[in-house]
Ligand binder design. Structure first.
Ligand SMILES: NC(=O)c1ccc[n+]([C@@H]2O[C@H](COP(=O)([O-])OP(=O)(O)OC[C@H]3O[C@@H](n4cnc5c(N)ncnc54)[C@H](O)[C@@H]3O)[C@@H](O)[C@H]2O)c1
Length: 241
């Protein structure tokens, strides 16, 4: 029960990494408000309060803030929601660039801004998602918008750490390498892509959502009380050589 007595808002909790973090944080005693654009995906989430919202909409985020305020002070904010639209640089429509940046970057800004007063109340921990591809190019995939979004989340989180320090708000990023989720399993049948992913691993297996969940619990807990402005790579060593 490492998060007993804590409140948490977890975005992107309909599936994948966000969903696993919501469940694992709830399992460690946190009161979790799980948020996603997809209400059907939230419906099957056990042990969490849920709220459906499009986090690229300022109006929806304002409604989320009202809902979250009912829990009292907020101790943990996990911004995991994202959408990736792939396209090579000379082919990607501007609308798809903006769709990716809206979901990966605007949503982090809007939700964090809205939750800031609740985080300030007793101090808190913001956990954002950069990516291995905020550090190295995504070999073989047309991920120009995604890499831009993740680089921006990495740098804005350091700034959030600076602004949050006086208020007892910590902010860190998790940088996963290839992690098996509903979003990435489309690539499992792509032999070239998987050969590239596996060739970079020092540990001979693919990343799983639990791997990320354990780190999120640590970063959300008081055990990480002196850690802020940091980025944690969970990638089986892929970006270390
Ligand atoms: N899976 C990986 O290999 C990997 C690697 C590096 C970084 N990441 C990052 O980790 C995070 C989670 O990744 P994932 O693979 O679990 O993603 P995913 O696509 O499986 O899940 C994302 C969730 O966000 C929700 N969402 C999308 N747009 C939304 C919006 N506007 N409002 C509310 N909810 C919205 C989706 O409905 C979905 O449930 C993302 O930020 C991603 O960029 C993932």
């Amino acid at each position: 029960m490492r998060l007993k007595g804590k409140t948490a808002v977890v975005t992107g909790a309909g599936r994948g990494i966000g969903r696993k973090i919501a469940l694992m944080m709830s399992g460690q005693g946190a009161q979790v408000l799980a948020v996603d654009i997809n209400p059907d995906a939230l419906a099957s989430l056990k042990g969490c309060d849920t709220f459906a919202a499009d986090l690229t909409s300022e109006a929806d985020v304002a409604k989320l803030a009202s809902k979250a305020a009912k829990m009292g002070p907020l101790h943990i904010l996990v911004n995991a929601a994202a959408v990736v639209v792939f396209g090579w640089v000379d082919e990607l429509p501007f609308a798809d660039w903006r769709k990716t940046l809206a979901a990966e970057l605007d949503s982090v800004f809007l939700v964090t801004r809205a939750m800031w007063p609740l985080l300030k109340a007793e101090g808190g921990s913001i956990i954002n998602f950069s990516s291995a591809n905020a550090h190295v190019a995504l070999d073989g995939l047309p991920a120009i918008a995604h890499t831009a979004g993740k680089g921006a989340v990495l740098s804005m989180t350091r700034q959030l750490a600076m602004e949050g320090g006086p208020h007892g708000i910590r902010a860190n990023t998790i940088a996963p390498g290839f992690t098996v989720t509903e979003e990435t399993e489309q690539h499992l049948n792509n032999p070239e892509m998987m050969a590239s992913v596996k060739s970079k691993l020092m540990i001979d297996r693919l990343g799983q959502t639990e791997d990320i969940g354990y780190l999120a619990i640590f970063l959300g807990s008081d055990e990480s009380g002196f850690i802020t402005g940091s980025d944690y790579r969970i990638d089986g060593g892929a970006t270390a050589w």
